[in-house]
Design a protein around this ligand. Sequence first.
Ligand code: TXA
Ligand code: MG
Length: 341
Amino acid sequence: MTRGVDHAAIARAVEVLAAGGLVAVPTETVYGLAADADSPAAVRAIFAAKGRPADHPLIVHVAGAEALSAWARDVPPAAHALAHAFWPGPLTLVLAKSGRAHDVVTGGQDTVGIRSPAHPWARALLAAWTAKRADAAAALAAPSANSFGRVSPTTAAHVRADLGEKPHGRVDLILDGGPCPVGIESTIVDLSGAAPRLLRPGAVTRAQIEAVLGVPLPDAGGDAPRASGRLQKHYAPRTPLELVEPARLHARVNALRGTRLAILAPPLALFDRTADIVLRLIAPAAADEYARRLYAFLHELDAAGAERILIAWPPDAPQWEAVRDRLRRAQAGGVEGFDAD
Ligand code: TXA
Ligand code: MG
């Protein structure tokens, strides 16, 4: 499903970035909105395009682990071990920042989030960018390419429909590499404190990280560094969304008689009242496929003209942790209005 890399488009993207512009680029997780990480003015344009508060830090995307020491200081052995195990890939490391990481990138914090993406388009863009700059550590600051409060984009069409391309939209160039193969944002691990903490679950699981670190990886507590992805009302569709235990789904549909419903549930969930169901999507049985399609599902459920979205909870099992996390946040935003990244 990933498209072959269009090197002419990559070359155009590098020129846009060198001129301080914004490029939407596919990564294996979600589409990112990239700018030159060394240019405060270019990075400020990201915040303006997204309508995102300036104190929310961005992830610095690098070509590889050799860039760690350029963007972070006192890099601990655990960072090298995790980078060796999972880079390039959907894992972001939060480390004490170096002098190179501008306040505008880090949201004024003393830490920086760094990731080396695996998607062939993102890798081609970083390869061309480091070559253009003649600097292996040249990097792209990029949040997800959605406006603040909206669901992350997993296709170029999502980016076009939300931020749009200039002259009518806000992005200088949208690269189309096809749908993102992972589909939810990277796992974020904070290595800047005394012990490692999980800031955001993702495709690289807690168990995989614990196996490399050799210590447990607890969730960050209330004193964790700011991460807008940690806000409850995040990843939110506009239609009120309700998560329902599969065994209760049938009764819930009956109780909501007269309410137009859009439903995401396993194939075996059967309803004898279908009059109110305007859209019925089948939930994949495997966690990785569910994650890959999750945001497209949310976009589609949200666009169905329903008054309520019902989603059956996936199993409470380790491989479903990241999907359940995103669903929980989508529910918090959908019911109470969306006000986050
Ligand atoms: O998969 C991803 O991570 C995607 C792709 C584009 O790489 N990016 C992404 O960026 O999801 P964004 O900005 O939408 O979410 C990044 C999260 C935010 O919640 C941000 O607050 C957190 O990472 N973050 C970045 N730097 C941080 C830091 N120094 N300390 C704590 N959290 C940080
Ligand atoms: Mg985001």
